[in-house]
Design a protein around this ligand. Structure first.
Ligand code: CA
Length: 231
């Protein structure tokens, strides 16, 4: 939701008063509307009533884990989430569990850095996908709203990340998507050199969507550049 003055609404889920206060002031000065939640229970309520454009979500909350909440809302909502971690060990959890967070920051962070990340996430075309809700290529059909993929009418089970990768490629059907773009979009924060994760996901996707994964007809590798999804 954008408020009448065109400002983006940020739902700040944070139980530490010092952070909540600082964010309230800092983000308001930066031109955002801040909706404050101090627990997951409050966050659930405010998610419904305030329709935020973005959620800033602390990992450790008094009534549960932000990681679980992030997962929970991604099943029903497309609102992007920036996770706030207190320790670098939590970063591994956030990155490793494929919980659907758009980005993360580690405490202590600087407001300027956080605002830059918020703006970057808000600029991201999450609706790149939403513009075309159904994409078909060959015998495959992708329903972006239902997050469902089928081949000749038979549903294919994809992990969240596999789906996101396929959706990214499908948003540019017939065009090459570079490895860098895939990594930037789906594995924010991962070292560019560590591209095995991407290759693993491509391999698994092929096993699920291609008739002959060894000779892919749809998910094509463009050597040294990236991937292309073909009709
Ligand atoms: Ca906390």
């Amino acid at each position: 939701m954008v408020d009448p003055e065109g400002r983006s609404v940020i739902l700040v889920v944070e139980d530490e008063p010092s952070y909540q206060d600082a964010l309230n002031v800092g983000l308001t000065v930066e031109g955002f509307v801040v909706v404050a939640a101090h627990s997951l229970a409050e966050a659930r309520q405010l998610l419904m009533s305030s329709k935020p454009d973005l959620i800033l979500l602390d990992v450790m909350l008094p009534d549960g884990s932000g990681v679980d909440f992030c997962r929970e809302i991604h099943d029903s909502s497309t609102v992007p989430v920036i996770m706030v971690t207190a320790r670098s060990s939590e970063v591994d959890v956030v990155l490793g569990l494929e919980i659907g967070a758009a980005d993360y920051v580690t405490k202590p962070y600087r407001l300027r850095e956080l605002v830059a990340r918020i703006r970057a996430v808000l600029r991201r075309p999450a609706s790149e996908a939403a513009t075309d809700e159904l994409i078909t290529f060959g015998p495959l059909r992708m329903d972006l709203l239902r997050r469902a993929v089928s081949r000749d009418g038979v549903d294919i089970e994809l992990s969240r990340k596999e789906f996101d990768l396929l959706a990214l490629l499908a948003s540019r059907l017939g065009q090459v998507v570079t490895r860098e773009h895939c990594l930037d979009t789906l594995w924010w924060g991962l070292e560019l050199s560590d591209t095995r994760t991407l290759d693993t996901h491509v391999k698994r996707l092929r096993q699920k969507i291609e008739l002959d994964p060894a000779d892919p007809k749809h998910l094509v590798t463009i050597r040294g550049v990236g991937f292309r999804l073909d009709q």
